[in-house]
Design a protein around this ligand. Structure first.
Ligand code: ADP
Ligand code: MG
Length: 236
């Protein structure tokens, strides 16, 4: 019974995603078709619309690429890795792009190495998506502060930017697939993030203040504490 419920819930979600995707693809197609019809009717040179058409095609290409990431049956490949090193890797991946917009990235390591079970590729993708969003939100000369800490049970990573913030009425929507406020956004980044956090049994929260900035708060249960509980049970 439970399995059936899960199956029908899954099918419902897939149905919603598919219709969202179809909608997102139809818009650029309609635009391209319009351009082509106009150019034929008016005898205009297609060249003048080249970049507009190219933009729309790139958008569809981004969308389908990210959608595949999002919807493919995912195998997670968990190993014990250092979360600190993961953050450093992501910073090195995005540093030059951030610097080209004048953004600064600060990493506050408030703990020594946190080793936890993770799918490192997915974890990197998660953090990259968040950093990209922060960079895009800040326009120019912003700063991102990443704070990594831990207590006995959880690792906590805070990613804070001093961008424009997110209006209250949008805070609930940002994790929805296809929600975007960007002209060339796909709206899939945070949905992917959410799924990756769930895969790691973590939590993902957002706090934002208009004109001040946005912080995403990620927590992950530490493999160590999970093991310890099992040990305690065995002893008890
Ligand atoms: P996309 O980046 O393609 O728009 P996302 O799912 O990554 O899609 O983000 C959805 C929306 O959430 C963005 O369009 C933006 O409005 C908002 N958002 C996400 N991160 C931030 C941030 N750090 N600051 C301000 N707004 C943000
Ligand atoms: Mg994004």
């Amino acid at each position: 019974r439970e399995e059936q419920m899960q199956r029908s819930e899954r099918l419902r979600v897939i149905g919603e995603l598919a219709s969202g995707m179809a909608h997102e693809i139809r818009n650029p197609l309609t635009t391209i078709k319009g351009f082509l019809q106009l150019s034929k009717a008016s005898g205009y040179n297609i060249e003048s619309w080249y970049s507009l058409i190219m933009d729309e095609i790139n958008r569809m290409s981004d969308l389908t690429g990210e959608f595949l990431q999002f919807s493919k049956p995912h195998r997670t490949n968990f190993r014990t890795e250092s979360l600190n090193e993961c953050v450093l890797k992501v910073i090195s991946l995005i540093e030059s792009e951030a610097a080209s917009s004048g953004h600064e990235i600060h990493f506050h390591e408030l703990t020594d190495n946190i080793h936890m079970m993770m799918d490192q590729d997915k974890m990197i993708q998660l953090l990259l998506n968040m950093m990209k969003n922060a960079c895009e939100a800040m326009v120019a000369n912003g700063s991102i502060h990443m704070r990594l800490s831990r207590d006995q049970k959880n690792a906590t990573l805070i990613i804070a930017d001093n961008g424009p913030g997110i209006p209250n009425d949008q805070l609930d929507m940002i994790f929805h697939p296809f929600f975007t406020t960007k002209e060339t956004g796909t709206g899939l980044g945070l949905s992917i993030c959410y799924k990756i956090v769930q895969d790691h049994q973590g939590t993902l929260e957002v706090e934002s203040e208009l004109g001040k900035g946005t912080r995403f708060i990620l927590t992950f249960p530490l493999a160590g504490s999970l093991h310890q509980e099992e040990d305690n049970l065995a002893v008890g």
